[in-house]
Write a new protein. Structure first.
Ligand SMILES: C[S@@+](CC[C@H](N)C(=O)[O-])C[C@H]1O[C@@H](n2cnc3c(N)ncnc32)[C@H](O)[C@@H]1O
Length: 183
């Protein structure tokens, strides 16, 4: 019994340290979007066609799984750097099936995003600045960016709303073609 206790404590420590390490590295913890934020994002997605959707920092997979179930004919892709949340999301994907969902353990700043029609994110101020730099560096796609809470610097959203959750979170929807012109 004592050995089992030690294994459990060590496992909790390793998981906690792994999450703390990646949070320090990327500047944000794997906090999931609230249920109301997810509903707002899904609502905005209704007007974005049928093309691929990428979640930039998919965390524990709550949003991508919801999107994959809601849009079974749409390709949904998650990119996540933090090992434990990524592993949990991949396990849930396997359990639930969801052939239209792909989840990669990758830094989205280092992948080609031009295959997406819609980018979704819930990042932080500096993450949005880095994303804006990447998108204006000329990857050459037109599409939508839906951001939970954090705005893109120097860009005018097509839609901006506040949802009735704990933080009164703003949700922004941008057209990336416009973003490239503005900057
Ligand atoms: C606040 S969570 C959002 C999770 C999920 N998108 C949602 O809305 O429920 C942000 C996630 O982005 C991840 N992240 C931040 N920067 C990243 C990057 N450059 N590449 C991949 N993942 C990143 C973090 O590890 C974290 O899990």
């Amino acid at each position: 019994m004592f050995a089992l206790d030690i294994v459990v404590v060590v496992a909790i420590l390793v998981v906690g340290l792994s999450i703390a390490w990646s949070t320090a590295r990327v500047g944000i913890s794997p906090t999931p979007s609230s249920g109301k934020a997810r509903e707002a994002i899904i609502g905005l997605m209704a007007d974005t066609g049928t093309g691929p959707v990428y979640d930039l920092g998919s965390g524990w997979g709550g949003l991508v799984i919801r999107l994959a179930r809601k849009y079974p004919d749409r390709k949904i892709v998650g990119y996540e750097v933090s090992f434990v949340p990524w592993l949990v999301s991949v396990i849930f994907k396997k359990i639930l099936g969801l052939p239209n969902l792909e989840i990669y353990k990758k830094n989205f700043l280092q992948v080609d995003l031009s295959g997406a029609d819609v980018l979704v994110c819930f990042l932080h101020t500096d993450g949005m600045r880095q994303l804006a730099q990447k998108l204006t560096a000329g990857e050459g796609f037109n599409g939508f960016l839906i951001s939970n809470y954090f705005a893109l610097p120097s860009c005018q959203p097509e839609v901006s709303m506040r949802i009735n959750d704990f933080y009164q979170s703003p949700i922004y929807c941008y057209r990336l073609g416009e973003l490239q012109r503005v900057n």
